[in-house]
Design a protein around this ligand. Sequence first.
Ligand code: CO
Length: 362
Amino acid sequence: MFFDRIRRVNEIMVENEIDYIILSPSENLLYLTGLDILQDERLHLMIVSQKGDISFIIPEMTKEIVQKSSISGKLLVWDDGTYPVELLKQVIENKKNLRIAIDDKMWSVNSISIHGIYPKAGFIEASKVMTDVRLVKHKEEIEKLAKISDITDQVMEKIIEEIEVGKTERQLSNRIEILFKELGADDISFKPQVAVGANASIPHHLPSNKKVEKNEMIILDFGGQLDGYRSDIARTVSLGEPRDEMKKVYEIVKEAQEMACQEVRPGKMCFEIDKIARDIIKKKGYGEYFIHRTGHGIGVDFHEAPFIVENNRRQLEPGMVFSIEPGIYLPGRLGVRIEDIVAVTEKGFRRLNNFTRELIVK
Ligand code: CO
């Protein structure tokens, strides 16, 4: 599997005249090798040449992890106390028109030193190569995504049972993390978001000490990780009978989410899916309160291509997986968002999240 992925990378490098791709510990490295290495200030690089030669520049303390992996390559090992970026000269020969792709998530301290060694080279982002390789998921990858989505649905059910007046956003967020681990996930994908009342009008609000109160709506947005693959879900719950405005806004978001999902099929362009959700919300008069794109791809990373956003003319293909998550945010008052992950199939789409989208009143 890793061999096939690296071969695909090499094909794209040839097409785009890229001599080397240099990865740091990241989802790209995980995807190509299965290596899950902690990113810290130490230099860890994987270098792949256009011909497929693989080298690693790694600290002594990481040597064993790489040796035990299924990827074989040249190992250049360094000790704490040396200046390891110089080792690159043993792998990449300086030449005219040298083109190097660098991991988007490489720390700038490292990418700047690489620039220093090859001042005349052309540098591009590794995503120019890796996006196309990671974009369409194989059957086994979709099953992994479905499995973690299934656990995520169970976490949603349990955390909603536990919501009660007086609990804080932080307490609920911490509970979500524990539930993921209890239900068999390897980890969470990002800090679980719990936003009560007015806090929910900030789409990426981080959990605070605000307490759950009666007659408020709560956005819950979280994801897990299993076997390297991620999940993402959002639901909005009402504590006590919702006010008319809350009910109205909820129904609009639900309809936008449903209609956008129904539009997913091979051949549609990403912006068309975004437009369906956006037009429904606009028509009901809340256009200016839908302040983010409709969705993002998901796989080994929590946000990746394809992005379901205005102007993205990429066509959907079977095997692409992304979120559909419209929302309405009324500043200082409330927020509603409903999010599911969907996979594009031969004829349409498959929802990987199946937790109810009806308004739950606690
Ligand atoms: Co999301």
